[in-house]
Design a protein around this ligand. Structure first.
Ligand code: HGY
Ligand code: MN
Ligand code: MN
Length: 417
């Protein structure tokens, strides 16, 4: 299947559209892509993606949460529909494939499904979910709104690094947060959710296998920690009298790394990705530090054991250093097991296109999780070169994406049969 040649009809093709989407970027000077949800550049990406969806034979609409929905009508409208999709928003200074492969590749997979098999029995919806990346601290906002896991009240409490709430960001691009209830789907009308995504890790590449069939998806427990010590003169304050909030934060950051690394599950990961301090002058001892801890595992018990131990360590570090601390939970989602029937459809699809696959876990979280456990979910991965993602050098070969598109197409065909 060729999706890399320019068709004589001038139709947008998959890989040139991936490249065109990468141009819709707030900060190209940084080298990567920054296209956060509910921004002008995101809206342009929605328009381009909708155009590509329509050229792949889908009808399109945007729901009240800003989710872009492409639809391929099934022969039997009485049957529950199948859903696929991912996201086209990015985190900061990131890559061009994260999420995009599942949306544009999903549209190409539906075009191929009709070409190879004809119209599906069940309706298939392809969704570019709004706000998968955590601009507002929490990820998967659009898919959680669609799944009824988030509602209007949450949108005032979701606040980005500039103090902008999700509700006001929605208004800034012409959405009405008071109408997000209209975006809620009836989960009993959804037969299955299958998401195509780049692996964002290095297993497939190191094993030289083109496809991953995901069996479980890790979830994050994220909390904001505010440490308050005493801002004071960096020169005149004796070391024994200091309450240096950043020195305390430094100990805590290393505890995150140590506890995650020593977790009995062997899969727990942890990092501190954002950190701010006040007042921020070279000659003032940091009086206040705000950081966000991100701890993940596909094993909920192991993850929560690490978080509990970490909080105990934070308490003792703060006691010893006479620091005040405040905790605010940002997200604490449940890891997901992928449904056996979806794993089977993905495995059969790989066999049908005669491509080897690995059964594996996802360390990243994804939109399909928002529909679990009510709806059976699953994922197909394509390799990430050097296991790199959330980075300008994120890369997946066009041919590797094409294999993922074929596998998704065949798996969706089986799920709609
Ligand atoms: O952070 C994540 O796992 C996802 O890539 N947003
Ligand atoms: Mn991501
Ligand atoms: Mn993603």
């Amino acid at each position: 299947m060729s999706t890399t040649t320019d068709s004589p009809t001038g139709r947008l093709d998959l890989h040139s559209t991936i490249a065109a989407l990468a141009q819709l970027n707030r900060a190209p000077e940084l080298g990567g892509i920054t296209r956060e949800v509910y921004t002008p550049e995101y809206d342009q990406a929605v328009d381009l993606t909708a155009e590509f969806m329509r050229q792949c034979g889908l009808t399109t609409r945007v729901d009240a949460a800003g989710n872009l929905i492409g639809r391929l009508e099934g022969r039997d409208p009485s049957l529950e529909r199948v859903m696929t999709g991912s996201h086209i928003d990015t985190t900061l200074n990131a890559g061009r494939f994260d999420g995009v492969v599942g949306v544009l590749g999903g549209a190409e997979a539906l075009r191929r499904l009709r070409e190879v098999h004809g119209g599906p029995r069940r309706t298939i919806e392809l969704v570019a979910f709004a706000g998968e990346e955590p601009r507002f601290g929490m990820g998967c906002v659009g898919s959680q709104l669609m799944a009824g896991k988030l509602g209007r009240g949450d949108l005032d409490a979701l606040i980005d690094r500039d103090g902008v709430t999700a509700a006001s960001a929605m208004r800034s691009v012409g959405l009405d947060p008071d109408r997000v209830g209209d975006a809620v789907a009836n989960l009993s009308d959804i037969h299955a959710v299958l998401e195509l995504h780049i692996e964002q890790g290095g297993l497939l590449e190191s094993e030289q296998v083109p496809l991953g069939v995901v069996t479980a998806i890790a979830a994050a427990h994220d909390f904001k920690l505010t440490l308050s010590g005493q801002a004071a003169h960096a020169g005149a304050t004796p070391m024994a009298l200091r309450r240096d909030a950043l020195a305390g934060a430094a100990e805590i950051v290393l505890e995150v790394e140590r506890l995650a690394s020593e977790s009995p599950s062997g899969r727990t990961v942890g990092t501190v990705g954002t950190l701010g301090l006040e007042p921020g002058a070279t000659n003032i001892i940091p009086g206040e530090v705000m950081l966000v801890v991100d701890i993940r595992d596909s094993d909920l018990e192991a993850r929560e054991a690490v978080v509990t131990e970490l909080i105990a360590r934070i308490d003792s570090i703060c006691e010893r250093r006479s620091l005040q601390r405040a905790f605010d939970v940002i997200q604490r989602n449940a890891p997901c097991a992928c449904a056996p029937e979806i794993i089977a459809a993905a495995r059969d699809a790989c066999a049908a296109i005669d491509e080897p696959f690995l059964e594996m876990q996802s360390g990243a979280y994804h939109d399909c999780m928002s529909f679990s456990p009510e709806v059976p979910i699953g994922m197909i991965f394509v390799p990430s070169e050097r296991g790199l993602s959330h980075h300008p050098d994120e890369f997946t070969e066009a041919a590797a994406i094409d294999i993922g598109v074929e596998a998704l197409s065949e798996a969706l065909w089986r799920l709609t049969a």
